[in-house]
Design a protein around this ligand. Structure first.
Ligand SMILES: Cc1cc2nc3c(=O)[nH]c(=O)nc-3n(C[C@H](O)[C@H](O)[C@H](O)COP(=O)(O)OP(=O)(O)OC[C@H]3O[C@@H](n4cnc5c(N)ncnc54)[C@H](O)[C@@H]3O)c2cc1C
Length: 466
């Protein structure tokens, strides 16, 4: 009987992985849900401006002042709507996670954030200029009057200021130099924007001021978004963790700077998990409990254990090396759509760099046989889970190329070109390609693949960035 590579002292692998027979590939899920989300978002955007449209008599928009004020009102409604969309996207609502996945939602969240900031600044400036024109004052004096005399205006200005601050710390260059925890804490202030800006919309918003369908609909939207947030952020994780009660069971050193953490728990057979997905893990032990970090599972789900493989890059990952068996774990997830279920073709090419192998390793158990893997690493000591990959090559028809060396070395440089990839995998254009590694390398690979004729929807990205 074939023995499946496993830690000497760790939990046993799932029976399925020890079999000669390829496990059935997971069934495909189309991209229909994602498209529906985009349609709903655009529909909501149009609906958010509807109160203004219905409230504005034809022919009333005459002159620059009226137009400026109208533009201010429209941008205000759009900003209010986008703010709710932002909170909804961060709610981790299961349907969003299923249709779009955590990493894609994080990308959408970043894109919408920029539009939201522009809408808020435009709303503030246009309303000030419009009202100042009506009253015959300078915009600066108008701001003073509004702050003193208009109800809920101080909190509205505070909300706008806070949003600018959050926007500033989220600029890539700024975010990169800030410690993650500081960036995250500042980012959480965005929830205060929701609170501070709430009352102003009803006390000053011309379309929401009077009781009526627009006002009721807007309040209902708030209630729905807050309910979604509570469900995704509080109730769902609570249920998950009470149900599965995860604990660290074993640690296995994979390389000088990487460790696999095995977890056991209750009812793991009922866990709906796909290889390629990740959880946000909170290890409830001294020094670790207050932070949650995303790590992918590095083996497909089974009824006995979960595994994550962690590369040490900083303080928290260093601490994880010293976890004791028995430590309780709080997990939020699973999340992510870079999975075998989201493939568009039967065959797949996987390209991993460094610790980017972890989600792809888990997916390999769920993809149809005859997948191909290009694994970039600096040296052979940096290759993670090699025994398992070789086992999968022997037993699941996986073709593996370990491409060793630094980025500038001739070997890796030759492989990471359209011709280089086509030489290894001649039918690459007819495969799904899954990429996981540092953002720079993933982006470079994506360009090369497009040049090699791979269509955009066949390329699945995981950049370890949220
Ligand atoms: C979806 C996803 C899946 C991942 N899967 C794996 C995996 O399977 N194996 C693996 O080794 N690494 C994985 N990572 C990367 C891992 O999350 C970071 O390396 C880890 O959080 C670094 O923490 P640190 O304190 O040791 O290092 P730091 O030096 O503090 O952080 C290094 C970088 O990691 C990111 N980071 C830090 N803390 C967090 C946090 N709480 N949440 C999100 N990002 C953070 C930041 O970009 C930061 O610049 C994954 C990341 C994401 C987003």
């Amino acid at each position: 009987m074939t023995t499946y590579p496993r830690p000497a002292s760790g939990p046993r692998p799932p029976l399925r992985a020890g079999s000669h027979e390829p496990a059935p590939a997971v069934p495909r899920r189309g991209a229909g849900g994602r498209r529906l989300l985009v349609v709903l978002f655009l529909g909501g955007l149009v609906a958010s401006v509807l109160p203004w449209w219905l409230d504005t008599p034809t022919g009333s928009l005459t002159g620059g002042i009226a137009m400026t004020t109208a533009a201010g009102q429209i941008t205000g409604l759009v900003a209010g709507y986008l703010l709710l969309v932002q909170v909804l996207m961060m709610s981790r609502l299961p349907v969003l996670e299923l249709w779009a996945g955590g990493e894609r939602i994080a990308r959408w969240h970043r894109d919408v954030a920029a539009t939201l900031l522009v809408a808020v600044l435009a709303h503030t400036a246009l309303i000030l200029v419009g009202y100042a024109g009506l009253e015959g004052r300078s915009p600066l004096r108008q701001a003073g009057v509004m702050l003193r005399e208009y109800q809920d205006m101080v909190s509205a200005f505070a909300a706008a200021g806070l949003l600018v601050l959050v926007g500033l710390v989220s600029v890539r260059a700024v975010r990169r130099v800030l410690p993650y925890e500081l960036w995250h804490a500042t980012h959480l202030a965005a929830y205060a924007v929701l609170l501070l800006g709430y009352a102003h919309q009803f006390s000053n918003g011309s379309q929401l001021f009077r009781p009526g369908p627009a006002r009721t609909g807007w309040i209902a939207l708030y209630v729905l978004v807050i309910a979604a947030w509570l469900w995704g952020r509080v109730i769902k994780p609570l249920r998950f963790n009470l149900r599965h009660r995860l604990r660290v069971s074993d640690l296995v050193t994979e390389s000088p700077d990487a460790v696999s953490i095995y977890l056991t728990g209750v009812r793991l057979d009922r866990l709906e998990l796909l290889g390629g997905q990740f959880f946000r893990w909170r290890f409830l032990t001294r020094g670790c409990w207050w932070q949650s970090h995303p790590f992918s599972v590095s083996a497909a789900g089974n009824d006995r254990w979960l595994r994550l493989t962690v590369k040490v890059v900083g303080r928290h990952t260093q601490d994880l090396r010293n976890l004791d068996p028995g430590v309780r774990v709080w997990a939020a997830g699973p999340s992510g759509t870079c999975t075998a279920a989201h493939r568009t073709r039967e065959r797949a090419l996987l390209i991993a760099a460094g610790s980017g192998i972890t989600p792809l390793r888990a997916m390999l158990e769920e993809l149809p046989p005859n997948a191909a893997l290009i694994y970039r690493a600096r040296t052979s000591a940096d290759v993670l889970l090699r025994e398992e990959l070789d086992w999968l090559a022997r037993n699941r028809g996986l073709r593996v190329w370990y491409v060793l060396g630094s980025r500038g070395d001739p070997g890796p440089r030759q492989v990471m070109t359209p011709d280089g990839i086509r030489q290894l995998v001649p039918d690459v254009a007819r495969r799904d390609v899954y990429l996981c590694g540092p953002p720079g390398l993933v982006e470079q690979c994506r360009r090369v693949l497009r040049q090699a004729g791979v269509r955009r929807r066949q390329i699945h990205l995981a950049t370890f960035e949220l």
